[in-house]
Design a protein around this ligand. Structure first.
Ligand SMILES: NC(=O)c1ccc[n+]([C@@H]2O[C@H](COP(=O)([O-])OP(=O)(O)OC[C@H]3O[C@@H](n4cnc5c(N)ncnc54)[C@H](O)[C@@H]3O)[C@@H](O)[C@H]2O)c1
Length: 340
């Protein structure tokens, strides 16, 4: 394909506009030509920031535009399945944000629709494009730490949950809200699939919500065992207030790799009261700014060069299974074997 890939953003909210800003001039070989969102204020906010020739309220209308080559699907998760299948049927390449969909069956249908249509499907696990997380994977693959034995991965988010998030049947709680990326990371580093998952959770920061939402938890620990024997722990928390905290550690038979830092920069303030202060990482938007851009470039490259996406629908499905089974383990208070 010798032309630029013409992109339509479907879902112009928080995460959608991160993609829009990247595709509007920063991704080689791509051109953002359309916005689609059913909410007029979202469309207005998007177009007041970035001008595009086409705007749509209904994604079915957008998909009729033959100029559009690819869609970036950043709607609320419950719409991913229908939008992705319609886009594939219309012959558009697809980038879909995580979590991929609501359940395994939806994921299978999305993967199949893209396969039948012969379009690419890339999932939004941007940590795979973060320089430090990627370097860690390179070190593991180079044998620098011997065989991988154990992986730790944590994500703690600062924000107060929105009301709907207290219902974990809708939000999954931290296993979905903050840890879905960790599930992908540990699969990637382990090079295997999970066979056993045991998660426990507790509500520490919002006790006043416990009566209305008895299943709500804001802190969790997830123990995983992989088919190749690797052990992993994932810890998650919401509403920690102090910042966005995402780190990982891979222990091998000959060494260890540690990735991530809680600091935004290398500035240190030391004062006469003999204290040292540093700036804490505020948000995933800051921490993974470059990773989102690299992720977008990889998507465009895989379409233009007709190569496999680095993060596939299968990766999206496997991470989603772990989120679902993790929540089930918390609610049923027992370990769960994962059979495929
Ligand atoms: N990769 C990441 O780290 C990351 C971070 C944040 C969100 N996300 C994911 O991105 C998706 C969107 O999350 P968000 O935080 O941006 O939500 P949001 O609510 O801020 O934005 C969603 C947008 O989609 C629009 N929308 C709703 N139905 C639509 C439809 N049928 N067609 C087109 N647009 C529609 C809404 O009007 C809204 O503007 C979710 O799946 C979320 O999990 C991923």
């Amino acid at each position: 394909m010798n032309k630029k890939l013409k992109i339509c953003l479907i879902g112009c909210g928080r995460a959608g506009m991160i993609h829009a800003r990247n595709y509007a001039g920063n991704v080689r070989g791509a051109e953002l030509i359309a916005f689609c969102d059913p909410v007029a204020e979202c469309l207005e906010a998007a177009t007041s920031e970035i001008e595009v020739p086409y705007i749509y309220k209904d994604y079915n209308e957008a998909l009729k535009n033959p100029e559009i080559d690819a869609v970036i699907v950043v709607t609320p998760t419950r719409f991913h399945h229908d939008v992705v299948i319609a886009a594939a049927k219309a012959g558009k390449h697809v980038f879909c944000e995580k979590p991929m969909a609501l359940d395994e069956k939806e994921c299978d249908e999305m993967i199949e629709a893209c396969r039948v249509a012969g379009v690419k499907l890339q999932l939004g696990f941007m940590r795979r494009f973060d320089k430090s997380f990627r370097r860690t994977k390179e070190l593991i693959d180079s044998g620098a730490i011997g065989d991988v034995a154990m992986i730790k991965s944590n994500t703690y988010g600062p924000s107060e949950p929105r009301e709907w998030m207290y219902d974990v049947r809708k939000s999954y709680g931290p296993v979905g809200e903050v840890n879905s990326h960790d599930f992908d990371t540990v699969r990637w580093y382990a090079g295997s699939e999970v066979k056993l998952i045991h998660a426990i959770g507790h509500n520490f920061r919002s006790p006043e919500k416990s009566e209305e939402y008895p299943e709500y938890y804001d802190t969790c620990s997830v123990l995983l065992q992989f088919e190749n024997g690797v052990i992993a722990t994932i810890t998650g928390a919401q509403y920690v207030r102090y910042g966005y905290d995402s780190r990982a550690e891979v222990l091998g038979t000959k060494g260890i790799v540690k990735v991530g830092s809680q600091e935004t920069n290398s500035v240190e303030l030391v004062t006469a009261d003999q204290t040292i202060q540093r700036d804490s990482m505020d948000s995933w938007r800051t921490l993974f700014r470059d990773a989102y851009l690299a992720e977008a470039q990889a998507f465009v490259n895989c379409v233009l060069n007709d190569t496999e996406p680095e993060v596939t629908g299968y990766d999206g499905k496997m991470a989603l299974i772990l989120v679902n089974e993790g929540l089930r383990s918390i609610l049923e208070k027992r370990p769960i074997e994962i059979t495929r």
